[in-house]
Design a protein around this ligand. Structure first.
Ligand code: SF4
Length: 443
């Protein structure tokens, strides 16, 4: 190191390495990251993929007040008092977000929703909500990613592109690793991708099946029929699915021959025509396959702790998302109690938004209504949502600065090892203080 470099390094503070840090950028939640920290900056993220590196290295100290009331800097106590007032006075408050924060914070958010008789919903309602409904209808034959790594010799991806959205899904869990029962790694596995377009993931597959858009249900039902030995009209199958019956039969033969089959499905399945019926079809097919061999099924989840949100809301209320607590007991009804619908119908009169940006990605009617009501927002960054909030709290980013627990997409809880300190409180700390105020506020 040259002398000026050494001086810069010294001036930036001591260097340390945080081993086994956890990346919370996507649902893979890789917990083998070695973070090199220089002063108060992460300068290297070993083992992280390109998305993970951008997540860690892109973290910069914020220059924002910890609390803003009506866009003006305010003391935390003032912000908390105003936030509690907004939520307690509301007749139909909405609590939304939660997929990019810790389970501890999620639990507090559900408690607040309970105290104020609100509706609690998470970003699951706009991604894998149909899967949550499918699990309730059909059940889930499931496994951990560790089990898939060691046993999965047939891996099917349906309606997803993990090569770009979850870059280490292949390399850490499903295709490349050498497993206990798959000593040659990739050579011992067969990979099938089913999608409506040839993605980067399709290029990594041994078999790519391109189906007609919006025909996932018909395709999955074709496989269910073949699993049961039902004879099908070849011309009709090809017309309906865009794929010859012989190709489906070939896939079914692979599925029956597999020692351990895995079906991963993404939003290409859950957010197309059929929605929860598609998820149910995938889950039912997996169940059918267990008459022949071991077969499991998992949704590929996006946000770092969206699986934690499902778990926490489920264990707290009995339902995974879209839960109304206004009657003192939980009611679940997607479409009625999901955030976009509650806002677009102009029902909510206040909101608490945690680690989400609905002003960026909700439909126009929902955004317009959200902008017209008082709401509280917690986020490490300035976003469109925090900008219009009546009260905005800047919080420490989870995993990088804030400790806690997150759930990997296979429902395995993982402890965070934050590398940096933050001048801001965590979501959990803010929500604890807010819950205290809400709980003791006069109604
Ligand atoms: S795959 Fe996901 S969790 Fe793993 S390092 Fe990449 S972005 Fe982070």
């Amino acid at each position: 190191m040259s002398r000026p470099e050494a001086e810069v390094a010294a001036s930036e503070g001591p260097r340390k390495v945080v081993e086994d840090a956890t990346c919370t950028f996507c649902g893979c939640v890789c917990d083998d990251i070695a973070l090199v920290v220089q002063g108060n900056r992460i300068v290297e993220a070993k083992n992280a993929c390109v998305l993970g590196k951008a997540w860690f290295l892109g973290h910069h100290a914020q220059d924002r007040p910890a609390c803003l009331v009506q866009g003006k800097p305010a003391a935390m106590e003032e912000g908390l008092a105003r936030a509690a007032e907004i939520l307690v006075r509301a007749k139909y408050p909405l609590v939304y977000g939660l997929s990019d924060t810790t389970c501890e914070a999620q639990r507090k958010a559900v408690a607040i929703a309970d105290w104020i008789g609100g509706t609690v919903d998470t970003t699951t309602s706009v991604c894998h909500g149909p899967s949550g409904m499918g699990f309730q209808a059909v059940g889930e034959v499931t496994a951990t990613l560790g089990e898939v790594r060691h046993r999965g010799d047939l891996v099917i991806y349906w309606g997803g592109n993990p090569a770009e959205s979850h870059p280490r899904h292949f390399t850490r869990y499903t295709l490349m690793p050498k497993g206990m029962f798959l000593p040659r790694g990739r050579k011992d596995r067969t990979c099938v991708v089913v999608d409506v377009r040839r993605t980067k993931s399709a290029k990594a597959a041994d078999m790519f099946i391109r189906i007609t858009p919006r025909k996932d249900f018909e395709a999955l039902w074709t496989l269910r029929a073949l699993a049961k030995g039902v004879s099908l009209d070849a011309a009709r199958v090809e017309t309906e699915t865009g794929v010859p019956l012989a190709t489906w039969q070939d896939l079914m033969d692979h599925m029956k021959r597999a020692r351990y089959g895995v079906l991963f499905f993404g939003m290409g399945l859950t957010m197309t025509r059929g929605k929860h019926l598609n998820s149910e079809a995938a889950l039912a097919l997996t169940r059918d396959m267990n008459a022949y061999t071991r077969f499991v099924c998992k949704p590929v989840r996006g946000h770092g702790n969206v699986t934690g949100a499902d778990n926490v809301v489920s264990w707290s209320t009995g339902y995974p998302f879209g839960v109304n607590l206004s009657r003192g007991y939980p009611r679940f009804n997607p479409g009625e109690y999901t955030a976009t619908d509650v806002l677009a119908r102009r029902e909510a009169d206040a909101a608490l938004i945690i680690a989400a940006d609905p002003m960026l990605n909700f439909c126009q009617a929902a955004r317009e209504h959200l902008a017209s009501i008082p709401y509280v927002a917690l986020d490490p960054q300035e976003t469109l949502t925090t900008r219009s909030a009546a009260v905005a709290f800047t919080t420490a980013p989870y995993g990088i600065c804030a400790p806690g627990t997150v759930y990997r997409m296979d429902d395995v809880p993982i402890t965070l090892r934050p590398a940096l300190e933050s001048p801001y409180p965590s979501d959990y700390e803010v929500l604890c203080r807010l819950e205290e105020r809400v709980r003791h506020a006069p109604l």
